[in-house]
Design a protein around this ligand. Structure first.
Ligand SMILES: [Zn+2]
Length: 372
């Protein structure tokens, strides 16, 4: 294992921030896997999984079982981990700018395309190399203006040339679910099976420019532009994994999820061995645009009427909001048939607050599909 400390630019006077990456199986491998956790810095379940992987990968490397380079970042956001408010860690948004750490990553398909003129051939493998070189050059040329931009650029530099990118997160209160690209679903599906994901939410472009989309969507965009003339491979299969809710931290769950990732990488040939038989999908893949989002119809005490992972029928009551002055209860019913995969962790809400989501088989929403 080679560990590298990457200094992040533009820290304020007297402060310093470093990102640490661990590379396993470095050598003559042609393929690469990149795994990070904690981009939203207060989401510790994913970090627990990454730390479990750290130990497992040490063992696999010592046993000469790796068939690819695997780069692991257990704490992808040292900036967010330094943010505290009234005694609690707050790692989803940058205090300085209000920006969500997993939004608006640099989308560089345009800059990559601009330098591909005359370089693409009828050989998909050659095109893969040429595109990755152009991508690295475009990332290197970025001039980050802030700590936030410098962190995003460094994470992209570590991940952009990987064949598989896994970004480990969690939700507020949730069952295991994943987000990934519609175009790469066939290659991500075994991961959903091993993880036991009750929901796999697919989009070509969610409009969020999240970390996973900054990888796989770039390939899809290049395929749209050049695919009629040249073979453009799908260079990266990238997935955001939501390891349940923020409080779902245990050794058992971390061990289970880390093993699921090892099984997936074994199944895909990145690790030597025979993967366990693929389990059934725990829930069908559905369009991200089909998920129904529920908003509080009033201010009051939030009482959940459904359990995470439940299959919900149309008309089923999901939430009660109780007015704390009058005692009047307003009930929110589902208009969708699907899986109840995430909900809020607070028990008092104000009018218009998001309450939770149920998957839906039919696309309903347009525009930006992910909230703040
Ligand atoms: Zn997150």
């Amino acid at each position: 294992m080679n560990s590298t400390s990457h200094a992040l630019p533009h820290a304020t006077a007297g402060a310093a921030y470093h990102l640490t990456s661990h590379a396993f199986g470095t050598g003559d491998f042609r393929r690469k896997v990149y795994i990070q956790a904690g981009l939203h810095a207060d989401e510790t379940p994913g970090m627990m999984v990454a730390l479990t992987l750290l130990e497992q990968l040490r063992g696999l490397e010592a046993a000469a079982k790796l068939r690819s380079e695997i780069v692991l970042v257990c704490n992808a956001n040292p900036l967010g981990l330094s943010q505290w408010l009234f005694g609690a860690p707050v790692g989803r948004f940058d205090f300085a700018s209000g920006r969500n750490y997993n939004r608006d990553f640099p989308m560089l398909a345009g800059k990559i395309a601009a330098v591909l003129e005359g370089k693409l051939t009828q050989d998909a493998n050659e095109n893969l190399v040429v595109i990755r070189q152009a991508w690295k050059a475009a990332l290197t040329a970025l001039q980050p203006a802030t700590l936030f931009d410098g962190l995003q650029r460094q994470l992209m530099l570590l991940a952009h040339d990987a064949d598989v990118v896994l970004d480990l997160h969690c939700s507020r209160e949730a069952a295991m679910h994943i987000y990934t690209g519609q175009a790469i679903w066939a290659k991500a599906e075994p991961l959903a099976r091993y993880l036991g994901a009750v929901a796999s939410l697919l989009a070509y472009d969610s409009g969020a420019s999240s970390f996973d989309e900054a990888q796989s969507l770039t390939w899809w965009q290049l395929q749209q532009q050049f695919g009629a003339y040249y073979p453009i491979p799908t260079g990266t299969v990238s997935v955001t994994v939501e390891h349940r809710g923020q409080r779902d931290v245990s050794y058992d769950m971390a061990q289970r999820d880390a093993q699921a990732i090892i099984d997936y990488l074994t199944h895909q040939g990145f690790i030597d061995g025979i993967a366990p038989p693929l389990p059934e999908l725990a829930g069908p893949a559905t369009p991200l645009a089909g998920s129904e989002q529920f908003l509080a119809p009033a201010s009051g005490i939030l009482v959940h009427r459904a359990q995470l992972g439940d299959v919900i029928e149309v008309g089923q009551p999901l939430f009660d909001v109780i007015d704390t002055t009058s005692g009047v209860t307003t009930t929110v019913h589902s208009k969708t048939c699907g899986v109840f995969y995430m909900r809020r962790d607070v028990r008092y809400v104000k009018h218009g607050d998001p309450l939770g989501r149920v998957t839906g088989a039919t696309s309903q929403r347009t525009g930006k599909l992910l909230g703040a």
